[in-house]
Write a protein that binds this ligand. Structure first.
Ligand code: R7I
Ligand code: MG
Ligand code: MG
Ligand code: MG
Length: 344
């Protein structure tokens, strides 16, 4: 199904603003709504800083987008090269503590298999961090076919995150952006994601990784069920969201939280300015949750931006997000690539 350009712009700009603004709050555990509102009001009034820099989340998404646009195909080796080159040219973007070892090993030239460094992380268990998920939005913007989305999210995730908790989180985030682009209704969006995770988490590695971490089988599906339960209740506190879905650096503690934030914020949120539109509300809600705010907001921003389109991108927030012009240009190019790959 063809998708309008404004959704591609919305996705890339929503993700960029979530990262740039979310980085102001990253790691705070209990943020008061007053302090979040004060920061956002200052932005709206044109206060400092004039430019909000993006972090590793956007740096890696940029590498993915550039790889797809230049190669017109998915190329894992090219992605590994770009991630590594980007890290060494600009290492201070706030990368996860473990993933930099992957880049060093890839750079060393001592590994003939580009997936081996990721497998050696965390004593051979592989990382379950959210670094594969935070960049996965680029895939559904370039490739409309659902089987491609799943395969490429998994393969690109495995370049840095060999734990199934890491790469399955990337698959879930990529699927969420895919269905948001299609404008699925809230119920059908969630039930499609549930059906997919039922299959995706059914393989032996997904089961054994989850059991070993004492999560029980189908950890993502269980969190999606929790989201459904939360949405059915009239009133769920942010403390309960953080407690049950998480706000941490693990993919399992952040991808479902981003999806919940998107769905939750279709309804009004107390503690945020009434004049906020739904995209602003979604990002603001992610900031209020605290924890890994840049990453949760970048993922929720990608989903909400894909769904609501760029009409909801606030100019004040956009103009101070570093390199927003690239996001606008790449949205057009990705839209063309996506459209050209639709079955005729
Ligand atoms: O996942 P990753 O790329 O980090 C992304 C996060 C985002 O919040 C960014 O904004 C940036 O701030 O970092 O990097 P990794 O180093 O692979 O994983 C992130 C962290 O998750 C690690 O540094 C660990 O603290 C934790 N972690 C694990 N801890 C124990 N055992 C990930 N996997 C494991 C594990 O297997
Ligand atoms: Mg970051
Ligand atoms: Mg960080
Ligand atoms: Mg982060």
């Amino acid at each position: 199904m063809s998708v309008p350009l404004n959704r591609f712009r919305g996705a890339l700009l929503g993700a960029l603003m979530g990262d740039c603004i979310g980085a102001l709050f990253e790691g705070e555990s209990s943020l008061s709504s007053t302090s979040v509102r004060a920061v956002l009001e200052n932005l709206d009034k044109g206060g400092k800083p004039k430019v909000l820099t993006y972090t590793d989340d956007t740096a890696m998404t940029r590498s993915m987008v550039q790889s797809f646009l230049e190669n017109k195909e998915f190329d894992a080796k090219d992605l590994a090269d770009r991630f590594t080159k980007e890290y060494f040219s600009d290492p201070g973007r706030g990368y996860g503590a473990g993933v930099t070892q992957v880049f060093e090993k890839l750079y060393s030239g001592e590994y003939s298999d580009i997936f081996t460094p990721a497998k050696e992380q965390f004593n051979g268990k592989g990382s379950y961090g959210n670094g594969a998920a935070m960049r996965a939005m680029a895939i559904p913007l370039a490739f409309p076919n659902i089987a491609d989305v799943i395969e490429y999210a998994k393969t690109s995730g495995k370049l840095t995150h060999a734990s199934s908790l890491g790469y399955n989180g990337a698959v879930l985030q990529a699927l969420a952006v895919h269905y948001a682009l299609q404008g699925e209704s809230r119920d059908s969006f969630l039930s499609k994601l549930l059906d997919h995770m039922d299959e995706i988490e059914a393989d032996e590695k997904s089961k054994s990784d989850a059991v070993e971490l004492e999560l029980g089988e189908f950890p993502y599906r269980k969190r999606l069920e929790k989201i459904k339960e939360f949405l059915d209740k009239r009133c769920v506190s942010r403390e309960d969201v953080v407690d049950q879905l998480g706000n941490g650096v693990a993919a399992l503690e952040s991808v479902p939280t981003a999806i919940y934030s998107f769905l939750r914020c279709m309804d009004p949120v107390e503690d945020l300015p009434k004049e906020f539109n739904i995209l602003q509300r979604t990002l603001g809600y992610c900031f209020l949750l605290g924890g890994d705010t840049d990453t949760i907001a970048t993922m929720a921003g990608a989903i909400a931006g894909a769904y609501h389109g760029d009409v909801q991108v606030p100019n004040e927030w956009k103009l101070r997000s570093e390199s927003y012009e690239d996001a606008e240009k790449w949205a057009e190019e990705l839209h063309q690539m996506y459209t050209s790959r639709l079955p005729s």
